[in-house]
Design a binder for this molecule. Structure first.
Ligand SMILES: Nc1ncnc2c1ncn2[C@@H]1O[C@H](COP(=O)(O)OP(=O)(O)O)[C@@H](O)[C@H]1O
Ligand SMILES: [Mg+2]
Length: 311
């Protein structure tokens, strides 16, 4: 659906160069929720704006539905709509309904079709009851839903969202999440940028982690979680002696009067070494289990690993 190849962008402001994106490559599949995850300044917005041609990249190729965005921008961009950060596309002094009508016209819709499309969208984004309210008077969450509604008007197969849950409360974030899931189920391809771990953990199929303009990891979310799960272990012991030994290997906590050792390993050999050590010291193990990790831990570990590698 979307292919980005070796995207590069350097900004020059006040004589200073900022290499925002240093060669990013990825590809999305139809019907998936593809998340670009990265800390502030990682290059997420630059990537999204480059796809939309709101920024002209220095290098790289972008294809939407197989069409080269650089060579045939107006054709390629017919297949994509976007919700950018900060709802810049909403007119505050128009009502919800007027906004949808106005942007419908802009995207070349009209007549009965536009009218029924607007009703459909109002239902979908749960704003039917608010249709005559001024956009500027809505809550932040409702404004975001209106922005999403506007992006849905032309019914494009690809939808880009830059930080769709930024600044939203828990309930509004949940609504946005559910909408994205429904859209993907309907076969839409969703590309979103975020640093909201909950959003990634709950809805993403594929995760592209970028840091300082480079791809650190690109994989299915489940695979990333699995890989990390295999690295964290919880060990409990039969005997009550030798705690001093334990602390060399990880952190010791007490659970229900039992000492539990939490360890993190880079490969299985390390785990065997630890087990061998306990055997030699006659410390008997009662239980060994891998520990569930949440996506935030995965992310922090990956980005930290990346930073270590760079220094
Ligand atoms: N218009 C601009 N001029 C100069 N530097 C910019 C501009 N836009 C973004 N940057 C810089 O490029 C880097 C990437 O920014 P951005 O793509 O907005 O990252 P993100 O969306 O991941 O926070 C940052 O260091 C940012 O300060
Ligand atoms: Mg951004």
């Amino acid at each position: 659906m979307l292919q980005v190849k070796n995207l590069k962008k350097t900004y020059v402001s006040k004589g200073k160069k900022v290499e925002a994106v240093k060669g990013i490559t990825f590809e999305t599949e139809k019907g998936e929720i593809f998340a670009i995850l990265g800390p502030n300044g990682a290059g997420k917005t630059t990537t999204i704006k480059s796809i939309l041609r709101l920024i002209i990249p220095d290098e790289g190729e972008i294809y939407i539905n197989g069409i080269d965005v650089h060579k045939h921008p107006s054709h390629a961009l017919k297949y994509v709509s976007a919700v950018l950060e900060g709802n810049r596309n909403i007119h505050w002094k128009m009502t919800v309904y007027e906004n949808l009508k106005y942007f419908g016209y802009i995207r070349g819709l009209g007549g009965k079709y536009l009218k029924s499309r607007i009703s459909e969208i109002l239902e979908f984004v749960e704003l039917t009851e608010k249709k005559n309210e001024l956009a500027g008077k809505l809550s932040r969450g409702m404004q975001q839903r209106l922005a999403i509604g506007i992006a849905l008007l032309p019914d494009t197969p690809l939808i880009l969202l830059d930080e769709p849950t930024l600044g939203l409360d828990v309930e509004s974030s949940l609504k946005v999440r559910q909408m994205l899931e429904k859209l993907a189920k309907d076969g839409k391809t969703i590309l979103l940028s975020t640093h909201d771990m909950q959003l990634v953990e709950k809805v993403a199929n594929h995760v592209l982690i970028i840091n300082k303009g480079r791809v650190v990891v690109s994989d299915k979310k489940e695979k990333l979680l699995d890989a990390f799960k295999k690295k964290r272990f919880k060990i409990s012991f039969l005997s009550n002696n030798g705690y001093k030994e334990l602390e060399k290997f990880g952190t010791v906590v007490e659970e229900n009067g039992e000492k539990i050792l939490n360890i993190q390993i880079d490969n299985m050999d390390q785990l065997y070494e630890v087990l061998e050590h306990f055997k030699n010291k006659n410390i008997e193990i009662k239980r060994l289990e891998s520990v569930m990790v949440n996506f935030e831990e995965v992310f922090v570990n990956i980005v930290r690993g990346d930073e270590d590698g760079l220094s």
